[in-house]
Design a protein around this ligand. Structure first.
Ligand code: ASP
Ligand code: MG
Length: 441
């Protein structure tokens, strides 16, 4: 058994849906379970529709047209779509009347994207002669807590998922399950979402809980690349990364996989493979627990721009012992997430890469420390084997020095697979090109 996950762009149109069905057809022997995202930008369209409903305008034309045009072009009839589309409209009417949209309602609203796409895909597979059925996440045993928009799967999914697929696994049921990615249900029966891009987590959860041979996540790139090919022209395919490296590079700017999606497969050692739906022949990137020996120390170089760097130096009001605790408590109070940190006895530098207003936080921190916040920074992360950091750092600094690029902060060691460097935004492209040349020639 394998799990195959297709993201929004892989199912963005009738043509793409047909391509995906062809890919699935070549794997029917493996008894696949399909995890699907909403078509194209449906999730964004639904969120936009919600904002407009809040302003009093109910309009789901874009969502309707995308789905109805697709089934028309495919020449299939999918009777389950109409009631779902009606429900979206009714919901938005409610939002426009109440002028109110809770996180719970938002999750309920965006859930329709995946519920629509799986029904279209299942119908199209059946038309191709492949027995298939659409499944909502909760029928597939996927349940979560009630942290709407960022829900965490419950521990019980390790039992509820295998239960839901017992007949398929036993070969009694031969209909290929096409499961909604991204969504779940909580203990109260409310629909939740696992965070943007959460279909990856759906797929790895299914694969790990079912002991699948592998989880394939199909993208529109060949796999994980050594750097962003828009910036580094000769970026190349990375044949293999570990779960830890994959999670780290997802956190630090590579938009290949959902950062949390490695957790279930890391637990079970289930192999994950990133494949290209535009280029089936490419072997893709394999994600596993450990590297074979003697692999080059640097795997991938990623980048996040538009980051703020905050330097905090303790004033005498606070002793060195409580300093960090106090500082991080202020970040907790203001719910600001920190990415890279470097500390000394009485000072700490850290980066924030979310857009929140920091005025309140900086005022609070400013009561006990001198604080300076600088904008326009970039985090460059070298995803590598940190055990070889001396050699890697020597090469990094030589490459950056030759480009006259100043590193303003560095963090190494907390994660065993990431060395992060901070530089100025405008220099970041040049920096990543220089580092790529240094490590990948
Ligand atoms: N459709 C959701 C999103 O756009 C989930 C996903 O694509 O993985 O975020
Ligand atoms: Mg999407």
């Amino acid at each position: 058994m394998i799990v195959m996950k297709f993201g929004g762009s892989s199912v963005a149109s009738a043509e793409r849906i047909a391509t995906v069905a062809k890919i699935i057809a070549t794997y029917t022997e493996k008894r696949p379970i399909i995890a699907l995202s909403a078509m194209g930008d449906t999730t964004d369209y639904l969120l936009e529709a919600a904002d407009r409903a809040l302003a009093g305008v109910v309009d789901i034309e874009r969502v309707k047209a995308l789905h109805l045009d697709a089934i028309k072009e495919l020449g299939i009839d999918v009777p389950e779509l109409a009631p779902l589309l009606d429900s979206i409209e009714t919901l938005l009417r409610g939002v426009s009347m109440l002028r109110e949209l809770s996180k719970r309602t938002r999750d309920y609203l965006v859930s329709f994207g995946e519920r629509l796409s799986v029904r279209i895909m299942a119908a199209w597979l059946r038309k191709q002669g492949i027995p298939a059925r659409a499944m909502d996440a909760w029928d597939a045993g996927i349940f979560s807590d009630s942290a709407f928009m960022q829900a965490e799967p419950l521990a019980s999914v390790w039992e509820t998922i295998p239960k839901a697929f017992a007949e398929y696994q036993a070969g009694v049921d031969r209909q290929v399950p096409v499961v909604t990615g991204f969504i779940a249900k909580d203990a109260h029966g409310d629909i939740t979402t696992l965070g943007r891009g959460g279909s990856d987590l759906t797929a790895t959860l299914l694969g790990a809980a079912l002991g699948a041979e592998e989880v394939q996540t199909w993208k529109d790139v060949d796999g994980i690349l050594t750097a962003d090919p828009r910036i580094v022209k000769d970026a190349r395919l990375v044949p293999e990364v570990t779960y830890d490296e994959a999670a780290e590079l997802a956190h630090f700017g590579a938009q290949v996989l959902h950062p949390r999606s490695m957790t279930p497969c890391r637990k079970t050692g289930t192999l994950v493979r990133v494949k290209n739906s535009y280029n089936m022949a490419s072997p893709g990137t394999v994600i596993t627990a450990e590297h074979k020996p003697k692999i080059a120390p640097v795997r991938v170089i990623t980048m996040i721009k538009g980051v703020r760097l905050i330097d905090i130096v303790s004033s005498r009001m606070l002793g060195a012992s409580g300093f960090l605790a106090h500082i991080f408590n202020q970040f907790l109070k203001w719910n600001i997430s920190v990415d890279v940190v470097a500390t000394s006895e009485v000072s700490v530098s850290l980066t924030v890469n979310t857009p929140e207003d920091l005025t309140g936080l900086l005022e609070d921190v400013g009561r006990v420390a001198a604080v300076e916040c600088r904008t326009g920074k970039a985090i460059i992360s070298v995803i590598c084997d940190v055990r070889r950091s001396s050699a890697i750092l020597a090469d990094c600094f030589a490459a950056l020095e030759a480009e006259h690029i100043n590193v303003q902060m560095i963090s190494q060691g907390a994660s065993k697979v990431n060395i992060s460097l901070i530089c100025d935004d405008p220099e970041a492209d040049r920096a990543i090109q220089a580092l790529h040349r240094a490590f990948f020639g």
